[in-house]
Design a binder for this molecule. Structure first.
Ligand SMILES: CC(C)(COP(=O)(O)OP(=O)(O)OC[C@H]1O[C@@H](n2cnc3c(N)ncnc32)[C@H](O)[C@@H]1OP(=O)(O)O)[C@@H](O)C(=O)NCCC(=O)NCCS
Length: 157
């Protein structure tokens, strides 16, 4: 299968916003009903993806199959943290593969590319925050070598 993983350009921003909309509308809403789905197509999300493309410590990559965009990943490196010895962390922000192309290792390829990029920028650890109820995504990340590290707890007040 001809899967191409490449860096996103400004021409991809609208498509990434569309992917983000599907990610939020079709998937994440099941795990976090108070997510603002509208955000995905807002000026702010436009800015979010432009930053991912333009800023040196940020990354957006696109997966293509026969020239058609079928998924993306966005993330950044940051650090150091005052309470950790590692100088830099690679933070995986969001990723999405269209339904009909899932389970074909495209997500794996996107993570591999992100890992390479983050490593080059000095990251020693990759991190991802995932909704606890998104069991499929958790299974995917664990298969990619991620281990449970901390838990974010919330309560309504
Ligand atoms: C998570 C995701 C990016 C993985 O991409 P992918 O190309 O399917 O990944 P791979 O083919 O490398 O790995 C497949 C594994 O991912 C897991 N997976 C996670 N979410 C899945 C989903 N919604 N559908 C199918 N498999 C999913 C399964 O464990 C699957 O293993 P299997 O093929 O043995 O069933 C993709 O499935 C997706 O977009 N899911 C919905 C959005 C989401 O939850 N994103 C992560 C939160 S930001």
């Amino acid at each position: 299968m001809e899967i191409k993983i490449r860096k996103a350009t400004l021409d991809d921003v609208k498509d990434m916003q569309e992917f983000m909309f599907h990610l939020m509308h079709d998937e994440l809403v099941n795990y976090m009903p108070t997510n603002k789905v509208k955000w995905a197509k807002s000026k702010k999300s436009h800015e979010y993806f432009v930053n991912r493309i333009k800023k040196i410590n940020e990354l957006a990559i696109i997966a293509e199959f026969k020239g058609e965009k079928i998924g993306y990943l966005s993330g950044y490196v940051h650090g150091p943290l005052p309470y950790r010895t590692e100088k830099k962390f690679g933070i995986l922000g969001d990723m999405f593969v269209v339904q009909e192309h899932r389970s074909k290792k495209i997500g794996t390829k996107l993570i591999t590319e992100f890992k390479k990029w983050a490593k080059k920028r000095g990251a020693k650890v990759l991190r991802i925050e995932s909704y606890s109820a998104n069991k499929k995504a958790l299974k995917f990340y664990r298969r990619q070598g991620f281990e449970d590290s901390s838990t974010i707890l919330e309560r309504k007040i």
